[in-house]
Design a protein. Structure first.
Lengths: 394, 329
């Protein structure tokens, strides 16, 4: 994806952006290598949340990532068994989601896509509530107000504007830059590399920059928008676009949970203190399909997938913990047991999710019900009742 | 004239209504292009930024989807955004946010998240403008479940309806007949008790035929009824005011008495509001009808160049022509 060399017009893009972006390029923030070695970075370092032990925090990240992966694999299996209509897989993106999700404070607010299952986990959403949407019994039944975690947004990029607007509200509430860690609030917009081409995403950058809104744009560049590679969306590294909008952009190793945590924490702090938006590009890879309906063998090379397998976000933490004697086998067994229990919870819970009543469709179209809809509901109810005894529409 | 009563234009009435709404609820924010220092290209928000500050009257970047998308976020945070779309033809960049987000959020969240957003759109023609400045997109929004759509036709309604729309916990597309902003004045009594927002109203009683309209063509219909009266026909005029939900009560009651109905709007006739009104009248007043319900509106073409817009629009004569045709049955 090298930009055009040799143009006489304007700067030499190769000079500006560097010769190669392979494996994230020279500006990738990495604090834990794929081999499980801690690394230093001049700007970012891993500092656990206030008062928390570093090893405990990293063990917690490991647990979160294993459980997140289990939510994903279990749900994929449920789709294969016909229990879900579709599932959007996150395999490979556990570190990006857990690292960023764990950097949030309770008062922060998240605007997710439909793939943020790991962030949902960090926000305390029962993953069973995610399944309702994919099973087709509701549109996501968690309460956004309870978790400060918005509903999944399926229109690509639309939620980034909601995040910018919510952040404008935070500013008007005086919840930025007070220095009170329980009051100052940041907003996170999650989106992907494909969404970076959407008008809404670019408009959200303009609004956030114009008002200096406390929002973090967290882009998981997983290299693929269904079948379209990142090269179809951008001729330059995505994080470099931020400068053109007037705020900083950082590229972080999206498979490195420590780096994702550190960079997101720094970006959230900038937002909370009133320094405005930040673009974080988590450079990662979509190991699975776009969704369970997709077939990536039609458009990408298995060698690429193999290459990224070596960068697995969970394996590197496991190696780090084991090699340094920071967790014993009991710990790993315990997490595996928890994952099994979570899998059982999803299997049993999913099958038990009740289908909604056909009449419920009328209930929440409006805050104030209209006579028209109430009339349609009554008519449909009477129609359904007319079948009673025939068993057709019971 | 009582002290609380004065003659005002539609522009002034809307401005006063917005001011009242902002005074009574500090969560109300106005946002749009040029709404602040300039007071809007039609001056509807004149002076509001000066009095309520830049945080409550927000000049936005020039991006309609951005305006509506950030309004969604503000609403989630507990605000009540009133968005101004500068001209009807510029609403389309925001169409996705309106249809896929604003309209569906309450349903999607099973009522946990409300969208008390007002989308003000100056609509209709007659100002001699270039392309995209004279359109009537109401059917596209009335067709969208989750939105409510209203249109005011006079200063008094404008004053009350904008306040009621802002107080609504549902999103309201609020259509303003732009050609009337600065033309006619009406007596506004701020102490009066207004009609509910989602109610249509008989604005001229009659016995022989019912004209149904809204927004800028109510005035045309009233003039047509006056002209018809001179020919000995008693024409009743209903101002729909609310397009979604439709308040068909006064229309049906009227048609059951008159047996004839003509629906008039500036929007294209094909699949316009007139089609819906005609269908409902036919379904519910079938045995009262002496003639099919006729529709008079813009032709099914793009809005014309300004020099022929008055011919294209359903004027007094075309309305009377339709009235005559219903009596041929």
């Amino acid at each position: 994806m090298s930009p055009d060399p040799g143009s006489d017009f304007g700067p030499d893009l190769v000079e500006v952006f560097g010769p190669s972006q392979q494996d994230g390029g020279p500006h990738l923030v990495q604090l834990l290598t794929p081999e499980g070695e801690r690394a230093e970075h001049p700007e970012f370092s891993f500092v656990p949340p206030d008062g928390q032990d570093e090893v405990e925090t990293i063990r917690g990240f490991y647990r979160d990532m294993v459980l997140t992966r289990r939510i994903d694999t279990e749900s994929t299996a449920l789709q294969r068994h016909g229990e879900l209509g579709i599932w959007a897989q996150l395999l490979g993106q556990e570190a990006a989601q857990v690292g960023s999700g764990r950097a949030l404070r309770p008062q922060d607010y998240v605007f997710p896509t439909y793939r943020e299952h790991g962030v949902a986990w960090c926000r305390g959403v029962d993953p069973l509530r995610l399944l309702g949407l994919f099973r087709g019994v509701d549109q996501g039944s968690w309460d956004p107000r309870e978790h400060n975690f918005g509903n999944y947004t399926i229109v690509i990029g639309a939620q980034t504007l909601h995040a910018a607007g919510y952040a404008m509200g935070v500013q008007r509430d005086g919840a930025v830059g007070t220095g009170d860690p329980e009051r100052d609030t940041a907003v996170v917009a999650y989106f992907g590399d494909g969404a970076s081409s959407q008008g809404d995403v670019n408009e959200s950058f303009v609004f956030a920059a114009s008002y200096n809104a406390p929002v973090v744009f967290f882009c998981q560049n997983n290299q693929w928008a269904i079948s379209e590679p990142i090269e179809r969306q951008s001729r330059i590294p995505l994080y470099q676009r931020a400068l053109g909008f007037g705020f900083p952009g950082v590229r972080v190793d999206g498979n490195d949970v420590l780096a994702c945590y550190a960079v997101t924490q720094a970006a959230l702090n900038r937002a909370r203190e009133g320094s405005g938006p930040t673009f974080v590009e988590a450079y990662t890879y979509r190991m699975g399909a776009h969704t369970t309906t997709d077939d990536p063998t039609r458009y990408r090379m298995s060698a690429d997938v193999e290459h990224w397998k070596l960068k697995d976000p969970i394996a590197r933490v496991e190696v780090y913990l084991k090699r340094n004697g920071l967790a014993d086998q009991d710990f790993f067994d315990g997490v595996a047991e928890e994952a099994n229990a979570l899998g059982a919870h999803l299997r049993e819970g999913c099958a038990a999710l009740p289908d909604p009543s056909p009449l419920s469709v009328f209930d929440q179209v409006y805050a104030e019900q209209t006579d028209e809809l109430a009339g349609q509901r009554d008519g449909f109810a009477a129609y359904l009742e007319s079948f009673e005894g025939e068993g057709a529409h019971a | 004239m009582s002290p609380s009563s004065s003659k005002v234009t539609l522009a002034k009435a809307l401005n006063s209504g917005l001011r009242k709404a902002m005074e009574s609820d500090d969560k109300v924010v106005i946002m749009g292009e040029d709404v602040g220092r300039l007071g809007g290209v039609f001056r509807i928000t004149d002076g509001l930024q000066k009095d309520f500050g830049e945080d409550r009257v927000i000049d936005t970047p020039l991006a309609e989807s951005g305006i509506l998308g950030t309004a969604v976020g503000l609403a989630i945070r507990g605000y009540r955004p009133v968005c101004e779309i500068q001209f009807d033809g510029f609403v389309y960049p925001a169409y996705d946010q309106i249809v896929s987000q604003v309209a569906k959020m309450h349903f999607r969240t099973q009522g946990k998240v409300r969208m008390p957003i007002v989308i003000r759109i100056p609509f209709g023609g007659g100002i001699g403008a270039v392309e995209h400045h004279s359109e009537s997109p109401e059917a596209q929004f009335a067709h969208t479940p989750g939105l409510k759509v209203v249109a005011c036709s006079n200063p008094v309604d404008g004053y009350w309806m904008i306040q009621q729309a802002i107080a609504s916990d549902d999103p309201v597309v609020f259509l303003e007949p732009k050609r009337q902003y600065h033309s006619d004045k009406a007596e506004l009594d701020e102490t009066a008790t207004p009609l509910p927002l989602f109610a249509s109203r008989v604005v001229r009683p009659g016995t022989d035929l019912t004209l149904v309209s809204y927004g800028p063509r109510v005035k045309t219909c009233l003039a047509a009824a006056e002209a018809a009266a001179q020919e000995g026909r008693s024409v009743e005029v209903v101002d729909l005011r609310t397009l979604s939900p439709l308040d068909m009560g006064p229309v049906l009651e009227s048609v059951r008495r008159t047996g004839r109905a003509v629906v008039v709007h500036e929007a294209h006739v094909n699949l316009g509001m007139g089609a819906e009104v005609a269908a409902r009248v036919t379904e519910q007043c079938f045995y009262s009808l002496e003639a099919p319900v006729l529709r008079v509106g813009g032709f099914d073409t793009p809005y014309p160049p300004a020099r022929i817009e008055e011919e294209w629009l359903p004027d007094l004569d075309r309305v009377l022509d339709a009235v005559d045709r219903t009596f041929d049955f």
